[in-house]
Design a protein around this ligand. Structure first.
Ligand SMILES: Cc1cc2nc3c(=O)[nH]c(=O)nc-3n(C[C@H](O)[C@H](O)[C@H](O)COP(=O)(O)OP(=O)(O)OC[C@H]3O[C@@H](n4cnc5c(N)ncnc54)[C@H](O)[C@@H]3O)c2cc1C
Length: 458
């Protein structure tokens, strides 16, 4: 069996890794080629070192509640390279009327305890009462999808939409009014169904969860370490700098046009953005192509700024993980992470590293600014919100044009239809961040599932 995997981001790399692993375990002979358009592996995962600072251009954390990311690190022998966020300094802030206000200690969306909610200056008295009444809101009977804003508004009230909701939407650079609850946050949907209340659900889960377990982990050397380990351990035919221009269906399988070469293959795995896959299947699966083209993407950018500690002393204490800036605040950055507080091994002893986020739903035009303007606007916002006037010792920008897939309400139904149409082609698989979740662990789960289906089918 010959398999062609298109796209060398985490989805394509994890597919290759688990393909080799499963085939070995089953004593099966497979051959595969992994084709990546750019001259670098990892797609959105990119880590750089500058003057002792470690900079992530894309993802920086693995959510431990989705264990597939941590499991892959362990499968690669990286268990002793995992580190957790510094939970003792875990405060996060929200921009509120131009000021940074701390999220209540202990929760960002669901108030599991009474006092942190009562004491929080983020919510009005009515907002707090409304949140407390969540335990009496009946569970939803309709099994259809709904937006994040609708879900939170229904359960916790309008204020929670603008605070906790803004935070959750920010994870996907999305608009809370359009983001699919079932696709983006299925755990809250399941919690409502199981416990009839998010507050009751969170309380019940806290009793069972180990107190010490960190919510996020990463690797000492950054997420790039995951990519390096994958590439080092793969035995297949790995080719960088090869863009797939076309895929043709033949009687026995496919022809994949990769640069000057035509590769004959039995199975094609598309681990590419949905709009790329849409072009590649257009000739032999037009309906599928149409659905793929319907997945919206938004553009974002990150601006990392490194400072000397002595230059920022007295300006800000960086006690916390950073802040979020909801759209209605009208700021030109959507969030800022105080990287060197959140994680060790990210800045030299005398350094401070921050990363601002730009763009996303409704704010995409800012991503197109030139480097100078992008850095200037981040610095202006940090001065205004944090009093940070020091000159950074470096600035590094990463732009992600059409980089974030948007899971609009009903997304999973459309994905099921895509999978059905791909299955009709035979030997064609779609995997990665455009489908059943975009976090790295989601991509890995989908890669494992793709491998199981390939090996089950052929
Ligand atoms: C700024 C940012 C921060 C994030 N933070 C987190 C985080 O902290 N934790 C987390 O879990 N997730 C995070 N994410 C999401 C996560 O990083 C991505 O969803 C995930 O890495 C995408 O993986 P992928 O393999 O599906 O796609 P990609 O990484 O986009 O890979 C697709 C690959 O396909 C290649 N390709 C495209 N066209 C072709 C072609 N014609 N031929 C060959 N190759 C082609 C591309 O070059 C690319 O390498 C973040 C994303 C961004 C942008």
């Amino acid at each position: 069996m010959h398999i062609t995997i298109i796209g060398g981001g985490i989805a394509g790399l994890a597919t290759a890794f688990y393909l080799e692993k499963r085939a070995r375990e089953q004593g099966r002979e497979i051959q595969y080629v992994l084709l990546e358009r750019s001259d670098r592996w990892g797609g959105k995962i990119t880590t750089e070192s500058v003057d002792g600072f470690l900079i992530e251009g894309g993802p920086d954390l693995l959510l431990t509640q989705k264990p597939a990311g941590i499991q892959l690190c362990k499968d690669l022998g990286l268990a002793d390279r995992l580190i957790s966020t510094n939970s003792d300094r875990q405060r996060t802030f929200l921009v509120r009327d131009g000021k940074l206000v701390a999220f209540p200690e202990d929760f960002s969306l669901v108030p599991a305890r009474f006092w942190p909610l009562v004491r929080s200056p983020l919510y009005s008295f009515c907002g707090k009462v409304r949140m407390g009444l969540e335990v009496f809101v009946p569970r939803r009977r309709d099994e259809g999808d709904e937006s994040l804003a609708s879900f939170i508004g229904r359960r916790l009230g309008v204020e929670a939409v603008n605070i906790g909701g803004a935070m959750l939407a920010g994870i996907h650079s999305a608009d809370a009014e359009r983001l699919s609850m079932r696709c983006a946050f299925p755990m809250y949907v399941a919690m409502e169904q199981r416990y009839g209340s998010l507050i009751k659900g969170v309380r019940a889960m806290r009793k069972t969860r180990a107190k010490s377990s960190a919510m996020f982990q990463t690797l000492i050397g950054g997420m790039g370490e995951l990519v390096d380990a994958l590439v080092a351990q793969l035995d297949g035919d790995l080719r960088r700098g090869v863009a797939v221009g076309a895929v043709r269906k033949t009687d026995g399988g496919f022809e994949v046009v990769a640069g000057d070469e035509v590769i004959e293959t039995d199975v094609v795995v598309m681990a590419t953005p949905a709009y790329v896959s849409a072009d590649l299947v257009a000739d032999f699966a037009p309906d599928l192509s149409l659905l793929l083209r319907g997945v919206r993407y938004v553009s974002t950018a990150t601006v990392s700024l490194g400072y000397r500690k002595r230059d920022v002393e007295g300006q800000h204490d960086f006690e916390g993980f950073g802040f979020l800036s909801p759209k209605h605040e009208g700021r030109r950055i959507t969030a800022c992470t105080w990287v060197s507080t959140k994680l060790n091994f990210r800045a030299p002893d005398d350094g401070v590293l921050v990363r601002t986020f730009v763009g996303g739903a409704g704010r995409e035009d800012l991503v197109d600014l030139d480097d100078e303007a992008l850095i200037a606007q981040s610095r202006e916002e940090l001065e205004d919100l944090m009093g940070l006037t020091a000159d950074p010792v470096f600035a590094r920008i990463f732009r992600w044009q059409r980089g974030r897939p948007q899971f609009d309400v009903g997304h999973l139904d459309r994905v099921a239809e895509m999978e059905h149409l791909a299955a009709q082609v035979g030997g064609l698989f779609l995997t990665g961040s455009a489908y059943r979740g975009s976090a790295i662990p989601d991509c890995i789960v989908q890669a494992v599932d793709t491998v199981d289906r390939i090996l089950g089918e052929v």
